[in-house]
Design a protein around this ligand. Sequence first.
Ligand SMILES: Nc1ncnc2c1ncn2[C@@H]1O[C@H](COP(=O)(O)OP(=O)(O)OP(=O)(O)O)[C@@H](O)[C@H]1O
Ligand SMILES: Nc1ncnc2c1ncn2[C@@H]1O[C@H](COP(=O)(O)OP(=O)(O)OP(=O)(O)O)[C@@H](O)[C@H]1O
Ligand SMILES: [Mg+2]
Ligand SMILES: [Mg+2]
Lengths: 166, 166, 174, 174
Amino acid sequence: RKRRLLTVFEHINRNFSRVYAILQPGGNGRLRLENPESPFDGGLEMDCVPPGKSQKTRRSQLSGGEKSMAALALVFSIQDFEPSTFYYFDEVDQNLDPFNCQRIAMLCRRRSEAAQFIMVTLRKVSLSMANHHIGITHAGDGVSRRITDFNREAALALGDAFEKEM
Amino acid sequence: RKRRLLTVFEHINRNFSRVYAILQPGGNGRLRLENPESPFDGGLEMDCVPPGKSQKTRRSQLSGGEKSMAALALVFSIQDFEPSTFYYFDEVDQNLDPFNCQRIAMLCRRRSEAAQFIMVTLRKVSLSMANHHIGITHAGDGVSRRITDFNREAALALGDAFEKEM
Amino acid sequence: MRLMRIDVLNFKSFGGEVTIPFQSGFTAITGPNGSGKSNSGDAIQFVLGTRSTKALRAENLKELIFNGGNNSRAAKKMSATLTFTNPQREDGTRQLRVDTDEVAFTRSVRLTEKGEPKSEFRINGEKTTSGEFRRILKEAGLRGDGYNVVLQNDVTTLATMTAHRRRAILEDVA
Amino acid sequence: MRLMRIDVLNFKSFGGEVTIPFQSGFTAITGPNGSGKSNSGDAIQFVLGTRSTKALRAENLKELIFNGGNNSRAAKKMSATLTFTNPQREDGTRQLRVDTDEVAFTRSVRLTEKGEPKSEFRINGEKTTSGEFRRILKEAGLRGDGYNVVLQNDVTTLATMTAHRRRAILEDVA
Ligand SMILES: Nc1ncnc2c1ncn2[C@@H]1O[C@H](COP(=O)(O)OP(=O)(O)OP(=O)(O)O)[C@@H](O)[C@H]1O
Ligand SMILES: Nc1ncnc2c1ncn2[C@@H]1O[C@H](COP(=O)(O)OP(=O)(O)OP(=O)(O)O)[C@@H](O)[C@H]1O
Ligand SMILES: [Mg+2]
Ligand SMILES: [Mg+2]
């Protein structure tokens, strides 16, 4: 049981370092078992150094977006270990700046050649990188419907709706 | 002590209903002590019905953005109870759609006539509603600096930086 | 094998019938707060078999039935259907152990006379047991609790959880 | 009374001296992930007196000193200064009990020979005790733990906390 955990850890850790370098170019990340001898007595930490930061950086010091990018690297690492035919991501880009939004969406786009990716998002950058677009709305009566004739332009316009009124 | 809590509750509850109606026009919200007789034995719930939803809606059913709007109404209600000369909001709009971003920013803008509002945000809609803009960056060396000559155009351009490259 | 569409009837905020079609590749779903985006993801989890309704933000099965909003009557039954492509592979087998090119998995809940929720499971419209339903999905690698579904706030939870909790995730995966 | 500017020296990711000026009205701060936006809010909390460095995402005072990034040397001391306007009111009094039109509150930490963190407090550049520093701020209504400062993720925490925890907040306020 311990050997199984250590094997899975090795595998996912390799994935993690690889994915983190893609999502945060110039940075480096790895997983660490707090107690490698007796893994069930310790936890699993993510040691991540975003581009430009000191190698002594601890996870709790990271910014909101930097923590999210580390967590997303872990998600992709687990997915690589146990692939699926489709992936559903609900608003994983809530605290990402436009550049990090793009990196996540880019990785989804590349991987969508092998599997189906469905991402719920409110961010224009993420919307602009998808192949297909679905709009959901509720009229003033709380009943959810799909918006007909919805495409990238319509999706981006939803975000602009307010800016046009300004 | 119980009387003090009940007095404060009454006051903040009135604020809450008023603010919620402003932030979610067409919806209604109120606070509820689970045990009004013996408040310290129960908790404090937010009963919110966003516009168009059933009056039987429970807080746990609400969407991410709807929960955030309820929480923000509570924040403003507490602030009205105990006003301050300045307010600092760090990325309170992470899961808000553009219309809700605008409602929060609009309320901050109106209240900023009486007090100073400082809001950290990555959202274009929120940025566009501010009077003044500050840009923070770190060059590739992890050292934070303030961006000189930063204004609304520069702030909105940061969000577009990626879109221009598309 | 890919997900072709979600068909829901009176599932959560989807009053009446709504179809959400998917193509291969990268699809983005957007819309205002509270419009039903996460609820459509809940439909996926509901069919693929999440154990607890709490994961769907519902206290019990009854809460998953369209409650009428502010203007309509609450429904008495609901269903959610996921339709997958299921092409024959070179060796003649299919990923889903059902001999059709498309397979529709339907899970429904209706209220009895007494108002008790009663679940039913169908494959291609034919009633089946919950056991058989889940076995066929599991054998094809389709699970309700896999890491292929990342719910709203999962990222923040994963980023800020204790190291011990994160190691427990590793154990789950192993 | 309004906040005129934040001046930091080697505070967290701000290597060297950085000034962030504020005007009255509504100011928005933006920039890439990890650039230092929340750290500037931590500077405000640090001066106004948060009890625990954990609220500033630091294990201890030493972690608040600029660590050099990937390219520079770590600093040995840091400081953060908040400057407020303090106009005389019609009755001759001022909101801050200091007789100047602007008041600068500085909190600094330097490392001793042994590497131990040593805190100092200054008002308008003059050394003062932490007690006097906090008293003057508190009397003017400036607190480090008030609801006027909403940290990143506070909204999600408030929205999803248990009802009991939320009532505890009411007690705090009362
Ligand atoms: N059984 C039900 N009947 C009708 N409406 C329901 C039912 N269950 C949940 N809802 C409503 O669905 C709404 C939430 O929908 P959902 O979580 O899908 O929104 P969303 O589009 O993901 O929004 P956000 O962008 O804020 O995350 C809530 O307002 C809730 O009241
Ligand atoms: N003592 C220190 N010396 C140098 N860098 C530090 C120090 N303490 C924290 N940092 C760095 O500051 C960065 C976090 O900054 P901050 O939280 O202000 O970012 P942010 O602009 O709010 O980003 P986000 O938009 O993602 O929330 C981290 O990368 C962390 O390594
Ligand atoms: Mg949602
Ligand atoms: Mg931040």
